[in-house]
Design a protein around this ligand. Structure first.
Ligand code: FPP
Length: 239
């Protein structure tokens, strides 16, 4: 296991694009929803592991603003899994002192799921362990547009002069306001793209892609990503 005593730099903020549930199921001639079920189980297991490595913030991409385009059957299966696993994870995450926050447009979900989301945040609000951001009905473009609208509103109400708008003003309206940018973004399933995940925040993130499909992504795979991260030379535009 990798942790603060391993002599490695542990990234403060890690983002993960959990891709490949569908292919994992297809390989086994199972319905895609079964892949999501195993993916959700893995979400619980890996989150608990990462919380012990010294990572301070973990942002997981669970459902994008574009995922509603999937067949109704798959979307319904995902919503049921979110409900089930949020309830199940509440106990586990308490044991690990993990603070859960949801980023994305909660209004897109049904009343029951919204209630569960609110409750999960409420019971965890004073926890001091790793911060887990679950990105659900999240889209970076949507997030950016929301911030622009909020700034425009401030300008209209004479609270802000356009000349003086700063990056800080803009960032203060993002879901990630107050958080450091991700140091490392991991994508499972072999693709090399961000798919509308933390577009603004990932300006200087290190990107790591693995062929491993999300339900198979285990502790060892995470450690591999951290080792590779330690070999990167981060310059942030400098030399
Ligand atoms: C992408 O795989 C995965 C998703 C759209 C869903 C991710 C959700 C989970 C892992 C469940 C998380 C659970 C909670 C409670 C947050 P894909 O279907 O696009 O796979 P494919 O590329 O192989 O088709």
């Amino acid at each position: 296991m990798i942790d603060n005593n391993s002599g490695l730099i542990i990234p403060e903020h890690v983002g993960i694009i959990m891709d490949g549930n569908g292919r994992w199921a297809k390989k086994r001639a199972l319905p895609r929803s079964v892949g999501h079920k195993f993916g959700a189980q893995n979400f619980r297991k890996i989150t608990r592991y990462i919380s012990k490595t010294g990572v301070k913030i973990l942002t997981l991409y669970a459902f994008s603003t574009e995922n509603w385009k999937r067949p109704l059957e798959e979307v319904s299966a995902l919503m049921s899994l979110f409900k089930q696993y949020l309830v199940d994870s509440l106990t586990d995450f308490r044991e690990d002192d993990i603070k859960v926050v949801f980023i994305g447009d909660k209004n897109g979900f049904d009343k029951n799921l919204r209630k569960l989301i609110d409750e999960s945040e409420e019971v965890a609000k004073d926890r001091k362990g790793m911060l887990l951001n679950i990105a659900m009905n999240y889209g970076s473009r949507d997030e950016i547009l929301r911030s622009i609208k909020a700034i425009a509103e401030d300008v209209r109400n004479n609270r802000l002069n356009p000349e003086n708008i700063t990056l800080n003003d803009f960032e203060s309206h993002l879901y990630t306001a107050g958080l450091p940018d991700p140091d490392l973004i991991i994508r499972t399933g072999g693709e090399f793209r961000l798919s509308n995940f933390l577009l603004y925040q990932s300006a200087y993130s290190e990107f790591y892609s693995t062929e491993t499909l999300w339900p198979d992504f285990n502790e060892k795979e995470f450690d591999k990503a951290i080792i590779e991260f330690n070999q990167r030379n981060r310059r942030f535009g400098g030399v």
